[in-house]
Design a protein around this ligand. Structure first.
Ligand code: ZN
Length: 541
């Protein structure tokens, strides 16, 4: 039995529309805009008047992934998850399954038509090929949207520095309590900054007390352990990426509320899974944006959601899987010089291309490594910069503006969403340009995320990464723009954003040992993407 959407007053009309064989989409009664998923106000004209509008049920495949991984006990791999654009308005899309078609025959541009499948009181809109190919490109070319200009010439970013970094053991199935990992990282970071816990007056984290092996319990758990009596705290997932918790700390310091904020991020997904705590997602009702609109179609993982966009990219720009492979190979080559990285053995392009398929175009080595780890960073008032035991790292600028819909499938599908806007925003807050950057720490939850960030930040043009990578030479440790010298999340482990900040600070202090980037003075660090994201531009003081 598939997971089914929890019916509510807001969505019941949509999930029962198929009872008469017709697909209906929310339509604004005033400006006629079609809106999906349903919201209580028209995003185009802000009218509150809307009604379900019958549409033809014809659509075009604009993204797809052939899923080979058993995420849910109720779905037998392989199966095809697709993003289809409605014939009436290609900006209205549905995540769905393609049926009555062999997985290898599904393609971008294929025309499909709705076919409802009833489960209890829910009619799931699935789609089957019509046999026609849509001659029109239904996906708008991505554009670099224009951010809001800075309000003043003052930069809050310059009022704080990164003064300390620390981390716990990083590994697979450490079988250690996650709060214990957090305490290890926090004590190390405070000592690294030449401080004591009594100096710390703020705590900040991401994503707070989240479940699923993604946190130690947040500020509540950490304050119960450390008892620092902070003047300010912050924790949550609605931040500009995991690094947004550091940006929030910078704001608190700039505003004078705190002097030294201890920021931390802990994952224990590996042990969490080993303990059998993860859900197998059998039957039952699901809700929330990622639950309701994706789980009924077996689109259970960000690998599926991003894989659909990666296939749109490869189709659109004529790029090959080898482009993604250079990201994975570069990470692995760098990790061989990082004693704490989880995967350090050399990898060849053949190894990469022949790895177990996960969800097309991704194989095992396109995906980062779930692990156990905690990393902590201390944000201090800039006035202490000269008193630190190690070189201070200053923050030149941040990028945080949301310029696209926060949706995995409704807006940007040529790249990972939530990358282009934040990148553009960064460059409005500094006179530096991409050519001034010595190394890039680009979020690589999947190889395609790193490609999206490199293009989003403007190191090369949109769709130009394959040529620009130059067989990996451009991004190698001795290349024009070294990326992820520690091996990234693909090889060091999925520390979920904070690993990039740790490595950037180590590199800018010139204490990265065998993997040190020569003369590293300026580093860009990204975290998130898909979800709201954030970018930091850091410099050696
Ligand atoms: Zn309207």
């Amino acid at each position: 039995m598939r997971p089914l959407p929890q019916l509510t007053p807001a969505n019941e009309w949509f999930w029962t529309s198929g009872a008469d064989g017709r697909l209906r989409i929310q339509g604004c009664e005033d400006c006629k805009t079609l809106v999906h998923p349903p919201v209580p106000i028209c995003p185009a004209c802000r009218s509150r008047n809307w009604t379900p509008v019958e549409v033809s049920g014809r659509a075009t495949v604009v993204g797809f992934t052939v899923n080979h991984q058993r995420w849910l006990s109720s779905f037998e791999p392989p199966y095809v998850i697709a993003n289809v654009a409605l014939a009436e308005d290609p900006n209205v899309r549905l995540t769905t399954n393609i049926v009555d078609c062999a997985p290898e025959d599904v393609a971008i541009g294929q025309e499909v038509v709705v076919r409802f499948e009833q489960h209890d009181d829910v009619w799931l809109p699935l789609f089957a090929p019509t046999g026609e190919i849509d001659p029109t490109d239904r996906v708008a070319a991505p554009t670099r949207a224009v951010p809001r200009p800075p309000l003043t010439t003052d930069r809050f970013e310059h009022r704080s520095v990164l003064s300390g970094i620390g981390r716990s053991a990083i590994g697979r199935r450490l079988m250690v309590d996650p709060l214990s990992l957090t305490v290890d990282a926090c004590l190390a970071a405070v000592a690294d900054a030449g401080l004591t816990l009594d100096d710390i007056d703020g705590l900040s984290t991401y994503p707070g007390a989240a479940a699923m092996g993604m946190s130690e319990g947040g500020v509540t758990a950490v304050e119960e352990a450390l008892r620092i009596h902070p003047t300010w705290i912050n924790g949550g997932g609605d931040l500009p990426g995991p690094g947004g918790s550091v940006i929030a700390a910078m704001l608190a310091v700039a505003a004078g509320l705190c002097r030294h904020v201890l920021c931390f991020r802990t994952v224990w997904e590996s042990t969490y899974a080993a303990l059998g705590l993860e859900s197998t997602g059998g039957g039952g009702r699901v809700s929330g944006v990622n639950g309701e609109w994706r789980l009924p179609f077996g689109a259970a993982s960000a690998a599926n959601w991003i894989g659909m966009n990666a296939n749109q990219y490869l189709h659109r720009y004529g790029a090959s899987r080898e482009m993604l492979g250079w990201i994975a190979l570069t990470a692995r080559a760098n990790a061989s010089r990082n004693p704490v990285a989880i995967y350090r053995d050399p990898m060849t392009m053949d190894d990469y291309l022949n790895a177990r398929p996960i969800t097309s175009p991704f194989g095992l080595f396109d995906c980062d490594v779930p692990c156990d780890a905690s990393i902590a960073v201390v944000v201090s008032d800039a006035s202490v910069a000269g008193d630190l035991p190690k070189p201070a790292v200053r923050i030149e600028a941040v990028g945080t503006q949301i310029l696209e819909r926060i949706s995995w499938e409704q807006d940007t599908i040529t790249h990972e969403p939530q990358v282009l806007g934040q990148s553009a925003h960064l460059w409005t807050r500094t006179d530096l340009r991409p050519a001034d950057v010595d190394l890039a720490l680009v979020y690589d939850g999947f190889t395609f995320n790193a490609i999206s960030w490199l293009e989003g930040l403007g190191f090369c043009g949109l769709g130009e990464a394959e040529d620009w990578l130059d067989g990996g030479r451009r991004i190698a440790l001795d290349g024009d723009l070294p990326i992820n010298p520690h091996g990234g999340q693909l090889s060091e482990g999925r520390t979920h954003g904070y690993g990039f900040i740790y490595e950037a600070v180590a590199q800018l202090r010139h204490e990265a040992g065998d993997r040190q980037v020569a003369n590293a003075g300026t580093a860009v660090v990204t975290s998130g993407g898909g979800t709201p994201s954030g970018v930091l531009l850091l410099q050696r003081d």
